[in-house]
Ligand binder design. Structure first.
Ligand SMILES: Nc1ncnc2c1ncn2[C@@H]1O[C@H](COP(=O)(O)OP(=O)(O)O[C@H]2O[C@H](CO)[C@@H](O)[C@H](O)[C@H]2O)[C@@H](O)[C@H]1O
Length: 630
């Protein structure tokens, strides 16, 4: 066993490659060794290596394998699959993409789901992916964008930790089986062994990295006492394991191979592009792979003291990539040199391209106000920075079939929305008043979400005849404030402290208005969910909120009105209250305008397919250029 594990270790030195032929041989034998070292348990998968493509059909029950594309080294770089339903064309499509525009132009067959012109082997690396793990929007995106890309014909793997906390969430990982493949990772002054679990679902390979440090009470990042002290270690492990996964895991009988595209999400996955550049490419491995860092939130960068650099398992000469110096004002004392390591910065200087989750935010992060200290670096790489607005999972967030809401409704028949409102008032113990404007807030209770502005504006807001319900958890001072406000305004305010997905659906469906006064918002998903549910968003017009919520103009479109909500600026208590008062007034007195607002919001196309087309454009650009660090 030890020999087997040893051969799987990513720290087995690989010989420097001299000639192109040698290099090719080294690459293919490296890939073969990796495959051999993994004894995959799944019967169908092990059959597939002997019997060819037919056994893959056993595994991929919902489709038919037409063939596999291989690169010159023999690694499989793509499959051609045709879904059993036959609803989707798989051969090279004639569909055209409108770059940078909302629209996807489909050819005359009016096929709903389009397929990609060029397909890639894509590896998402993420600290959370719904439904397995979710603490916020990152989980939503990494739980649904991979499926949208797989539906378009890409081969997609998502690598994230196998969190077990002893609670009911653990059963979400029950469908993932141990692949019986162990990898040894040298980091933090020792050698760690990680295992891989796998579930093939919705066309995607969900791969879970298993290690004792992912098994503890709490959420993925911390518990009641705060953030875990070893998060740098836990996510370093994730990145090392994710870099090995395409080489060692014969998923569906074939590894993803080296010619793949890594999507490293946020700082937790930020070591991936650094590892490609520093540990693999010098040995000829992953020389044709590309990496894209996706920023969901620049405020979190994975910064730790400089002395922790040796924990990353990187060559000493790569310190400069992660090295970071705090500005003088941020240092703690006169002798503090401000030296630190910053994982996200390392990703930004080594990734081939940089993506954010809205166009507005992609610009904001290049400014001193929105750049969180990385604006100059981002400006220097502006040419590879793009913003693509997130989509939403239209199956989970559908008012006509949502399993969490008491009545279903649609644009054609909105009567169920009033029933959802009445049921919500009942559930919360508020007076049952279908005519009373009901405002909702869902989100983390922290500085980003503008909770302090809500806190200062609520007493004034509640002077009016409204109901206000908040769902969230986070900073204790805000949780306490919610409890205290509920006690003071018993008939008007409810503060639900906690993270509860079914309640979030019921608030989205039952309220008339959704409030999002975020200080900054890379994209924001709740306003997209709200619009789909005919709930009108009132938002601070920043980042993705400014991009997605169009302020109501009653005079536009020959008096029919335009817009899906209200965006206010600047972020002050007064401008938030002004916007809310206009919204409340419109709700009360201008019923047809309100219906127009609901209708336009519900009709908005927030599908992932649209966003996936734009991602594909960025993938193409990534492969046109040589690797940024080679
Ligand atoms: N108490 C609670 N109970 C139940 N569900 C709750 C909840 N609090 C939040 N949620 C859910 O968590 C998600 C939050 O998503 P957001 O996009 O609004 O913010 P987040 O800041 O986490 O994400 C970051 O990443 C995403 C994805 O890119 C960006 O949209 C965003 O701007 C960026 O800050 C939503 O699905 C929401 O319903």
């Amino acid at each position: 066993m030890e020999t087997l594990l040893q051969s799987c270790s990513i720290f087995t030195p690989k010989p420097p490659v001299r000639s192109p032929v040698d290099r090719q041989l080294a690459l293919s034998s490296f890939a073969i060794n990796k495959q051999r070292s993994c004894n995959v348990k799944l019967k169908a998968i092990s059959r597939s290596s002997q019997e060819g493509s037919s056994s893959i059909e056993d595994v991929r029950k919902d489709g038919m394998l037409l063939g596999a594309d291989k690169d010159e080294s023999g690694s499989v770089v793509g499959f051609r699959l045709i879904p059993q339903s036959g609803e989707t064309e798989v051969s090279n499509s004639h569909d055209t993409i409108s770059n940078g525009k909302e629209e996807v132009i489909v050819d005359d067959d009016s096929v709903q789901t389009t397929s990609a012109e060029v397909t890639y082997n894509i590896v998402f690396v993420t600290s959370e992916a719904a439904p397995y793990s979710k603490t916020g929007g990152l989980g939503d995106v990494c739980g649904s964008l991979p499926i949208a890309l797989a539906e378009r014909g890409h081969r997609v793997m998502v690598v994230s930790p196998r969190y077990l906390n002893g609670g009911p969430n653990d059963k979400k990982f029950a469908g993932a089986l141990d692949l019986d493949c162990r990898v040894k990772v040298s980091c933090s002054g020792g050698v760690q062994e990680v295992a891989f679990f796998h579930e093939y679902r919705a066309g995607v390979d969900w791969v879970f990295v298993d290690h004792p440090s992912y098994h503890r009470p709490g959420n993925p990042y911390g518990d009641a006492y705060g953030a875990f002290g070893d998060n740098q270690f836990r996510f370093t492990l994730l990145c090392h394991a994710a870099c090995e996964a395409p080489l060692v895991l014969p998923l569906g009988g074939f590894t993803y191979g080296e010619n793949c595209l890594f999507l490293a999400n946020d700082w937790h996955a930020g070591l991936v592009p650094v590892l490609l550049a520093a540990k693999y490419r010098p040995y000829g491995v992953y020389k044709d792979a590309r990496s894209i860092v996706v920023i969901h939130n620049l405020a979190h960068q994975g910064v730790e003291p400089a002395s922790t650099y040796s924990n990353f398992g990187l060559p000493p000469e790569w310190y400069g990539a992660l090295g970071w110096v705090f500005p003088t004002w941020a240092r703690t004392h006169a002798l503090d040199t401000g030296e630190a390591v910053n994982i996200l910065k390392g990703a930004l200087v080594t990734a081939d391209r940089i993506l954010t989750v809205s166009e507005g935010y992609s610009w904001e992060i290049t400014t001193p106000e929105g750049g969180n200290g990385l604006n100059e670096l981002l400006t220097s790489r502006k040419i590879v920075v793009n913003g693509i607005t997130n989509g939403i999972d239209l199956t989970e967030w559908n008012p006509s079939s949502d399993v969490h809401i008491p009545s279903h409704y649609s644009l054609e028949d909105l009567s169920g929305k009033i029933e959802c409102k009445i049921a919500l008032q009942k559930e919360l113990g508020l007076p049952i008043r279908p005519d009373c404007p009901m405002i909702g807030f869902i989100g983390r209770l922290d500085y980003q979400k503008g909770i302090d502005i809500i806190l200062s504006g609520t007493p004034d807001l509640l002077q009016d005849d409204v109901q206000f319900v908040m769902l969230g958890s986070g900073e204790k001072q805000y949780e306490d404030w919610m409890r205290a406000t509920e006690a003071t305004f018993k008939d008007k305010f409810r503060g639900w402290v906690g993270f509860n997905v079914p309640i979030s659906h019921r608030i989205t469906a039952g309220c008339d208005i959704l409030l999002m006064p975020s200080r900054f918002e890379p994209c924001g998903l709740n306003q997209l969910y709200a619009m789909r549910y005919g709930t009108v968003p009132v938002v601070h017009a920043t980042g993705g909120l400014g991009d997605t919520v169009k302020t109501f103009n009653p005079f536009a479109d020959e008096g029919r009105g335009e817009g899906t909500g209200w965006g206010f600026k600047p972020l002050t208590r007064e401008s938030m209250l002004d916007a809310l008062r206009i919204a409340i007034e419109t709700y009360r007195k201008h019923k047809s305008s309100w219906r127009g607002l609901m209708k336009r919001g519900m009709e908005r196309d927030s599908s992932w397919n649209n966003a996936a087309v734009k991602y594909e454009q960025v993938f193409k650009w990534a492969f046109i250029d040589p690797p940024y660090v080679s």
